[in-house]
Design a binder for this molecule. Structure first.
Ligand code: ADP
Ligand code: MG
Length: 576
């Protein structure tokens, strides 16, 4: 492990990095920062989330020592979001370095404003290829003084059709000066190797093994929670899942602290971890968590980086992650070492449901809807739990002290049932946590049907009636709970009342219909609909882009369009 202070970076940047909560350099940072600072070209292969921004950003800032009229460093990124993200990170790294101007340029923003910004002079330009080309053509940007050029997510840029733009930008550098060229990419297709050959000078290669994707072994659920009831819902769910070790993710430090305090106020042992803590505090937190002293750890994404605990039973997304990759990182904390993990996500409102569906598409996983328990279910659960605890205590054998008291009580001549009943009312806490109005929930559950997908259809002679009969018989649900059934050539869609989805999924999984084994899962109909409207181009509204950028869909949108073949992926999975 490399610490930042072993990397020969300036005290100003060191201070900023420490403030950001970084302690150890990630693998790519440990190799790429020295190579880059020594002036080599760098060819880096690594996945998202490995810390590339600092890997190229810190050396870039180290190059700037004076006011620059024309940029000394150029950073090219595929999308506007990435440009903004990189510029923001770089500003943080340079917080203690005086007067380093960073100019983000991308399509969709008035070019005049950017021209004004560039005229005032800047040391580092971060831009999308399309908009950079615009500026080059208008001569509002030139690279005569540029000593370093960085291509971030190079493969993504090529996929988006920016090859010519990138080549043209690289060729616009004065012939006599070879700029130091740093290229990062998650994959190394031929096209990248060609760019490397043409524009890089004996680059130092840095390869980082990809983080293993473990989320496929994790059962993932989501709960719709009324606004303002999230903490209560969490308490109910922690009680239900009763995990041995649990990690809860929030998006902000203040939420971490707030939630830890609230859970502890309800005598649930939880402890918070975030970037503001000193190393000694963090160590203490981790010891308590690992040792099981405090089985619930609440953390921000940044603070959770680098934490390595293998046997986490449950991951909770208390806040929906701000970045799709974060979802994978969070959920990947459980389900390790061949164990089956569980992850639950709390969402409030339609907007978040929409974001969650985007996460499902991006991660190509199915996150199954579950309903929060009703007050009756909570009562039943409380009762069951109490009875189990009592029975367990009985099994543990006789406690001499209690036995003496028991005999004293019995000597009073009270009926045993009365005695037990009195003891229960003294000890039994039938707590019903307010998570929502049950009436409203029942109402919405009734009308809220969920579409399920069965792996068999007309190809094996299935008819609507067979499906209804099987579900009623296997799951003991009434016919009313089953809605429309659509038998297709090799699969069947069934609408089921949301409240009954869990039971139908559980009982029908592996059940037989007319001699055929059933595999069942939630169907993602919205995905199908959306990919249709994509084809009709409905999703391009509201995005103004420069002439170049406009032709190319942003990666998010392209991912949405990918919905079509995700369907066949899902089906082939179901066939296994
Ligand atoms: P990439 O570009 O490889 O996808 P980023 O540079 O965006 O990765 O970093 C991913 C996340 O990790 C960011 O939230 C960043 O602040 C954080 N991060 C990066 N390096 C470190 C580090 N050395 N220690 C802690 N967190 C880090
Ligand atoms: Mg990045």
């Amino acid at each position: 492990m490399t610490k930042f202070n072993e990397l020969a970076i300036s005290p100003e940047i060191l201070r900023a990095v420490e403030e950001m909560g970084y302690e150890e350099a990630t693998a790519i940072q440990a190799s790429a920062i020295p190579a880059s600072m020594e002036g080599h070209d760098v060819l880096g292969l690594s996945n998202t989330g490995t810390g590339k921004t600092a890997a190229f950003g810190i050396p870039a800032i180290e190059k700037i020592h004076e006011y620059c009229k024309d940029p000394k460093v150029l950073i090219i990124c595929p999308t506007r979001e990435l440009v903004e993200q990189v510029a923001t990170e770089l500003r943080k790294f340079s917080k203690y370095k005086e007067g380093i101007k960073i100019a983000p340029v991308y399509g969709g923003q008035p070019i005049e404003r950017q021209i004004q910004l560039l005229k005032r002079g800047c040391a580092i330009v971060v831009g999308t290829p399309g908009r950079l080309m615009d500026h080059l053509r208008r001569h509002t940007l030139r690279f005569t003084n540029c000593e370093q050029v960085i291509l971030d997510e190079a493969d993504e840029m090529l996929n988006m059709g920016f090859k010519e733009d990138i080549e043209e930008i690289l060729k616009s550098f004065p012939a006599q000066t070879h700029p130091q060229t740093i290229l990062f990419s998650a994959t190394m297709p031929d096209a990248i190797l060609k760019i490397t050959k043409q524009f890089q000078n004996d680059p130092v290669q840095v390869k980082i093994k990809s983080v293993q994707r473990t989320i496929d072994t994790v059962d993932q659920y989501y709960y719709e929670v009324p606004r303002g009831k999230k903490t209560n819902a969490l308490r109910v769910l922690l009680d239900r899942y009763d995990p041995e070790l649990c990690m809860i993710f929030c998006n902000t430090k203040s939420m971490v602290d707030e939630l830890a305090a609230e859970l502890n106020a309800h005598s649930m042992k939880a402890i918070g971890l975030h970037g503001d803590m000193k190393q000694s505090q963090r160590d203490l937190v981790m010891t308590q968590f690992r040792g099981g002293k405090c089985p619930v750890l609440i953390a921000t994404d940044v603070a959770a980086r680098g934490i390595d605990v293998d046997n986490i039973a449950l991951v909770v997304n208390f806040d929906l992650p701000q970045d799709m990759e974060y979802y994978i990182h969070r959920v990947g904390r459980t389900g390790r070492a061949g164990k089956k993990g569980k992850a639950i996500t709390l969402i409030s409102g339609k907007r978040q449901l929409y974001d969650l569906k985007a996460i499902m598409r991006y991660t190509k996983t199915n996150i199954v809807k579950r309903l929060l328990p009703t007050s009756e279910q909570m009562e039943e659960n409380n009762r069951k739990k109490f009875i189990t605890e009592v029975l367990e205590a009985c099994n543990e054998g006789v406690n001499q002290d209690s036995m003496e008291i028991a005999n004293e009580l019995l000597a009073e001549g009270i009926a045993v049932e009365n005695l037990i009943s009195a003891l229960i009312s003294m000890n039994y806490k039938n707590e019903i946590i307010d998570i929502a109005d049950d009436e409203v929930r029942r109402y919405s559950a009734h009308f809220d049907k969920v579409r399920l997908n069965l792996n068999i259809g007309k190809n094996v002679g299935i008819q609507t009636g067979n499906v209804v009969a099987a579900i009623i018989e296997e799951c003991a649900v009434s016919a009313k709970a089953i809605g429309r059934i659509d038998v297709r050539s090799d699969f069947t869609l069934v609408d089921v009342e949301a409240a009954k989805v869990d039971i139908v999924l559980e009982k029908m999984q592996g059940a037989m219909i007319r001699g055929h084994k059933v595999l069942i899962q939630i169907d993602e109909a919205p995905k199908r609909k959306r990919s249709q409207s994509m084809r009709q181009g409905k999703h391009h509204g509201g995005r103004k882009e420069s002439s170049k950028d406009a032709r190319k869909p942003a990666p998010r949108e392209r991912r949405r369009g990918a919905g079509r073949h995700e369907r066949s992926v899902r089906k082939s999975k179901a066939k296994k």
